[in-house]
Design a protein around this ligand. Structure first.
Ligand code: KIV
Ligand code: ZN
Length: 449
């Protein structure tokens, strides 16, 4: 579809900055599973980790680079040779690799952390980018603590790294200190003053210490940034990073104010949020915008009445548009395998016939006891039925179909809709495991019960 909206690149750092938040570390298998979900979500860049940080992180970045082929795969490196070489070693098998180099530029960091002068900082940044560029065409540079850096010096560093070959310059609000009007002005100033800026992408990387990460990222886009760095559920250092789902849905819901296009398949947002929460064991805050369990719940009588008459009264976006399972579909002992499998897919799991049968048997026993099986019961049941083993093949297959295809399936044609899924671009693709099409009539009949 033709559009005159500016395209904003979604750089997801759930697996790097997000993983740095307490309680959110992930092993290789978990990171690969999450990367597949981010791929289905349609993000443009996956920052898969910080390869020099540990052997585990190195192996995770390498594995993701090898199996997730559509998005750009980025690896983080400090501005020094061992980091950059290690990052390249992990990324070299990627279809689209990116080395992301960072070096602090604020006086506070130069003086107390790095103990180097401004001149040394410029020289180090330039040398690092030249090395990264000799290995990889796609190189991003981040002046850490940019929002507390002297603006003249920030421009000097950016001039130098662009001249050295950086293709993206990312402006991090490392400590979540800036506010939207100020951050927008900073991006505008960079666009006015930095040499060669029109030939590179400006990116914004915002932290949420004052609760303004998303607002700051949107202000940056309005000022000309064409990449935003963000995480699922807003996880990240301290108070977290800008939340991907909030940025994307602000752009979708308010195109009058934020006329920007992303490639995100918004119907995959809920599955991404649930997958992350299930992997890390960190629950989503109930009132979290877009992905919290109360985000589309209406408790007050007046609200319920309004929503039943017309959802527009109290809903600015539909639950369906972000892949939130249809709350009208109550799962109980009368529900069949079809409803169960649809709900599992909406939660981020696709099972072949046999695996679903295992879950179904336990589901019916549970439903007999508790009447209504809620999503969290189902997630527990899935976890219990498919405890991780040491075998290389994960028992819980990464979901193949996009929840969007299932959610959007017309209610009157459920049997036909099930086996056809869509990839991140909406193209049809088969479901993993046994094909529903190949089932006998008898099995077809059982599917619905
Ligand atoms: O917050 C930050 O400054 C970072 C950089 C490494 C981009 O995460
Ligand atoms: Zn950060």
């Amino acid at each position: 579809m033709e559009t005159d909206k500016a395209r904003v690149t979604i750089f997801d750092t759930t697996l790097r900055d997000g993983e740095q938040s307490p309680g959110c570390s992930m092993n290789q298998q978990e990171k690969v599973r999450m990367a597949h979900q981010l791929d289905r979500l349609g993000v443009d860049v996956i920052e898969a980790g910080f390869p020099i940080a540990s052997d585990g992180d190195f192996e995770s970045v390498k594995a993701i680079a090898e199996v997730v082929r559509r998005p750009i795969i980025a690896g983080l490196a400090r501005a020094c040779e061992p980091d950059i070489e290690r990052a390249w070693e992990a990324l070299r098998g990627a279809a689209k690799p990116r080395i992301h180099v960072f070096l602090a530029t604020s006086d506070i960091h130069l003086q107390y952390k790095l103990r180097i002068t401004r001149d040394q900082c410029v020289a180090q940044a330039r040398k690092a980018i030249i090395l990264a560029k000799s290995l990889c065409d796609d190189v991003e540079f981040s002046p850490e603590d940019a929002t507390r850096t002297d603006p003249d010096f920030l421009c000097r560093v950016l001039d130098a790294v662009i001249e050295a070959g950086a293709t993206t310059v990312n402006i991090p609000d490392t400590v979540g200190y800036t506010v939207p009007s100020e951050f927008g002005e900073l991006i505008a100033m960079i666009r006015r003053r930095v040499k060669g800026i029109d030939n590179v992408t400006i990116s914004a990387h915002c932290h949420n210490d004052l609760g303004m990460a998303v607002a700051n990222a949107l202000a940056a886009a309005a000022a000309g940034a064409r990449q935003v760095e963000c995480t699922i559920n807003g996880i990240g250092e301290r108070a977290g990073n800008a939340s991907l789902e909030e940025i994307v849905m602000a752009m979708r819901t308010r195109p009058d104010r934020y006329p920007y296009e992303t490639a995100v398949v918004s119907e995959q947002i809920f599955a991404a949020s649930q997958t992350l929460s299930e992997i890390t064991g960190v629950p989503v805050q109930p009132n979290k915008a877009i992905t919290g369990r109360n985000a589309f719940a209406h408790e007050a009588g007046i609200h319920q009445d309004g929503v039943l008459k017309n959802p527009l009264t109290y809903e600015i976006m539909t639950p369906k548009s972000v892949g939130v399972p249809d709350s009208k579909l109550v799962l109980g002992k009368h529900s069949g395998r079809h409803a169960l499998s649809m709900r599992c897919e909406q939660l981020g799991y696709a099972f072949d016939r046999r695996a679903l049968d295992d879950i179904y048997r336990r589901f019916v026993r549970l439903a007999d006891k508790i009447k209504h099986v809620e999503d969290h019961h189902l997630l527990e049941l899935i976890r219990d039925t498919h405890k991780p083993t040491t075998s290389a093949t994960p028992l819980i297959e990464p979901i193949v179909p996009a929840a969007a295809a299932v959610v959007n399936a017309p209610a009157s044609e459920p049997e036909k809709a099930f086996p056809m899924a869509a990839n991140a671009f909406g193209a049809p693709m088969p479901v993993h495991g046994e094909s529903h099409h190949e089932q006998t009539q008898q099995e077809d009949y059982l599917w619905g019960v």
